[in-house]
Design a protein around this ligand. Structure first.
Ligand code: G6P
Length: 369
């Protein structure tokens, strides 16, 4: 096992650090920025289905569901196709409306999650086209789907999902872009700009990982917190949910993710000097609005950890700590803002002496209901 950890103390940390390579592996051979094209057999062969779809329904559980939420924002933004995202466990039991022109995208790292599998079967019974996004090759879900695309993240051992999440977003971004192009919803130059920027993401993730030591110090300040709030807007709202889930899963600290603007409808009542609030406040993405949310937290003495774009000054003035990530296109920010949140939860869990790779009560893949 020590050899498999490749010099890292835990699988989770190893997998966090594998993300630059995992993302590259996921778009290798599929994205050709020089030629300005995307080639994805699973999508290209079924393009008519995608072009005729009135709606895309995404089903998943846990972290994969968060990747689905990011995908909803990206697909709607780029390809202008309506997307709904559901917990597989809700979808399968609630007698949902499924049309034969619907496309169901099932996202699953393991490809074995029982609820996601049941949602696929239900969609197939109702004539929908099912597309799987799985990491484990040959898994049950990848076999049950009509078509699909693998994330090429490599084996993920840590129970808390990290590189599966960022590679799921990568695959779904490629799908959104290809669909946008074929629909004529995106200009040739914008499409090209996305490819070039996506190509630079692995290096930018590497850069984000350089904040590891700073994040470890911040973790020591907040390790005894009883609660923690994560806020983000737009593409980074699902990242806030994922950041909170990571903290809950491995440190057992109660955490909630919220859309920053919804804070005033509830969570603001919880804010006092005991409450750390992690705010994703990147330059592109309703920045001024998020800064005003940060002011509201500050005036209630909450402790602010800002995830900001390199060179930021406004949040730095207000926050107790800032962690920088490189600049990128707004749609792609989740691939970078997720990184410090993964490291923050890891270091808090380590400081509390938790079993990060195998947290209590959790399983890597949930094959029972
Ligand atoms: C479990 C795991 C999570 C994972 C979820 C969905 O809860 O602990 O990390 O996100 O299942 O798993 P899947 O394999 O379908 O992505």
């Amino acid at each position: 096992e020590e050899i498999e950890k490749g010099g890292y103390d835990h699988f989770m940390l190893k997998e966090i650090y594998e993300q630059p390579q995992a993302i590259k592996d996921t778009f290798r051979g599929r994205m050709l920025p020089d030629q300005g094209i995307i080639k994805m057999a699973g999508i290209d062969e079924h393009m008519n289905k995608f072009l005729n779809a009135k709606r895309i329904i995404i089903v998943a559980c846990g972290t994969s569901w968060h990747a689905g939420l990011v995908a909803e924002y990206i697909i709607e933004e780029l390809a202008r196709v309506p997307v709904e995202v559901e917990y597989a466990s809700e979808f399968r039991y609630r007698n949902p409306i499924i049309d034969k022109d619907d496309i169901l995208i099932a996202i699953s790292q393991s490809g074995e999650t029982a609820d996601t599998m049941a949602a696929i079967k239900l969609a197939k019974e109702n004539g929908a086209f099912v597309f799987g996004v799985c990491n484990v090759v040959g898994s049950s879900i990848s076999r049950e789907a009509h078509a699909g695309a693998y994330t090429h993240a490599g084996p993920e051992i840590g129970v808390a999902s990290t590189k599966a999440f960022t590679t799921q977003i990568t695959v779904l971004t490629l799908i959104a872009l290809q669909l946008a192009k074929k629909k004529g919803a995106i200009s040739r130059s914008k499409f090209h700009e996305y490819l070039v920027e996506l190509d630079s993401i692995p290096n930018k993730v590497k850069k984000a990982l350089e904040s590891n030591d700073l994040i470890e110090q911040i973790a020591h300040v907040y390790k005894d917190a009883k609660n923690c709030l994560y806020l983000g807007r737009g593409f980074n709202f699902p990242v806030a949910l994922e950041g909170a889930l990571k903290l809950k899963e491995i440190s057992y600290i109660h955490a909630e993710g919220y859309p920053a603007a919804e804070m005033k409808h509830g969570p603001i009542a919880l804010i006092d000097e005991q409450m750390p609030v992690v705010v994703i406040a990147t330059r592109k993405g309703h920045y001024e609005k998020v800064v005003s949310n940060i002011q509201e937290i500050k005036s209630r003495e909450g402790k602010i950890i800002g995830i900001v774009t390199e060179g930021d000054v406004d949040v730095r003035d207000l926050a107790d700590h800032v962690i920088e990530v490189p600049d990128t296109l707004e749609c792609l920010t989740p691939l970078l803002t997720t990184i410090p949140l993964q490291l923050l939860s890891y270091h808090i869990a380590i400081a509390l002496d938790r079993n990060v790779d195998q947290p209590r009560n959790l399983a890597k893949s949930v094959t029972v209901e």
